[in-house]
Design a protein around this ligand. Structure first.
Ligand code: 3EB
Length: 310
């Protein structure tokens, strides 16, 4: 029903049926193959589009691929506007429960004209949209990834559900991102560590695990040590999807990094690819893992890992 395609700027568009919503993200090294993350549905899918936003929905899930070309130094207001428009769209189509968001922001660690890091500027726009649209729900956020891309437009993908059982999960070892102290930006990041979504039919579920980095409490740890950053990210994933944590939310299952699917690993430095691959193959054996070249939104961190458990 929708696709996120990681490919080089100059590459041919991925051959997909015309109506399928998609976003192209520049995160692939010149020597690597493109990667497509394709979300399927076994139900009948309806497709729609409005301007630069493309949509697919199947009666249970809705996939939105959207974004904007930046105009001047307007990242904050353009982000706020995009989020507000998407919230209205989700209301109009009646898929009001957000499960997962991916945010791709070029030059994410660069400062804007006012000397503010673009990640923090992006967080402000996103946070203002949430506060404006959901004034009563000040800690109600879904799983997300906020990550740098190597160029192009700002891209945002939303996965939302018809009302149904969704539980947003935190990691007891990490401060909720929406409570990060001021030093990480005037408006804290709007995301949960993971989102559990139960299927409307049968006993199936998905746990969407957010981009997970080497953060303990609210602090980055193991700066400059790629091995320990990977280990801490894996530990954080293990904690958030563990039986102990899920049971605390009334969810009767348990997972670990080893049982994640659709694993994506974002790596800041080319020189770290081999090390990170070896570690991830050990922690998530026998499953396809995409390794992407991206700036992590905290400038002192060099790796981030995400996936889906079900
Ligand atoms: C962190 O733990 C690392 O701003 O949407 C991870 C996942 C991170 C999502 C976001 C940021 C975001 O704070 C960074």
């Amino acid at each position: 029903m929708g696709a996120i395609i990681y490919q080089k700027a100059e590459a041919e568009p991925w051959p997909l049926p015309r109506e399928v919503p998609r976003i192209y993200v520049q995160m692939v090294r010149p020597q690597d193959e493109s990667v497509a993350e394709i979300w399927y549905s076994s139900n009948a899918v309806r497709y729609e589009s409005t301007g630069t936003t493309t949509i697919a929905h199947d009666g249970e899930y809705l996939f939105v691929a959207t974004g904007f070309t930046e105009k001047g130094d307007q990242l904050e207001v353009q982000t706020e506007r995009l989020y507000l428009e998407t919230f209205r769209l989700l209301d109009r189509l009646a898929y009001t429960t957000i499960c997962r968001i991916w945010n791709y922001v070029p030059e994410v660690n660069q400062d804007d004209r006012n000397g503010h890091e673009r990640y923090k500027v992006f967080c402000s726009g996103r946070s203002k949209a949430f506060t404006q649209y959901f004034p009563e729900a000040d800690t109600e956020f879904s799983a997300a990834t906020g990550i740098g891309s190597m160029g192009g437009d700002v891209g945002v993908v939303f996965l939302a559900k018809k009302a149904g059982e969704v539980i947003h999960l935190e990691n007891p070892e990490q401060t909720p991102a929406y409570f990060y102290p001021e030093q990480y930006g005037p408006r804290s990041p709007s995301f949960a560590r993971a989102t559990y979504a139960r299927s409307q039919v049968g006993r199936g579920y998905h746990i969407f695990v957010s981009g997970t980095a080497s953060v303990i409490g609210y602090e980055s740890v193991h700066q400059g040590d790629i091995t320990r950053q990977v280990e801490t990210s894996i530990d954080n994933i293990n904690t958030v999807v563990s039986a102990i944590n899920l049971n605390a939310y009334g969810i009767n299952s348990g997972h670990g990094a080893h049982s994640l699917s659709s694993v994506k690993v974002y790596i800041r430095h080319e020189r770290d690819f081999a090390t990170v691959k070896a570690l991830c193959e050990r922690h998530c054996p026998n499953r396809p893992i995409a390794y992407l070249h991206a700036d992590i939104c905290r400038s002192d961190l060099d790796v981030e890992i995400e996936g889906v458990a079900y």
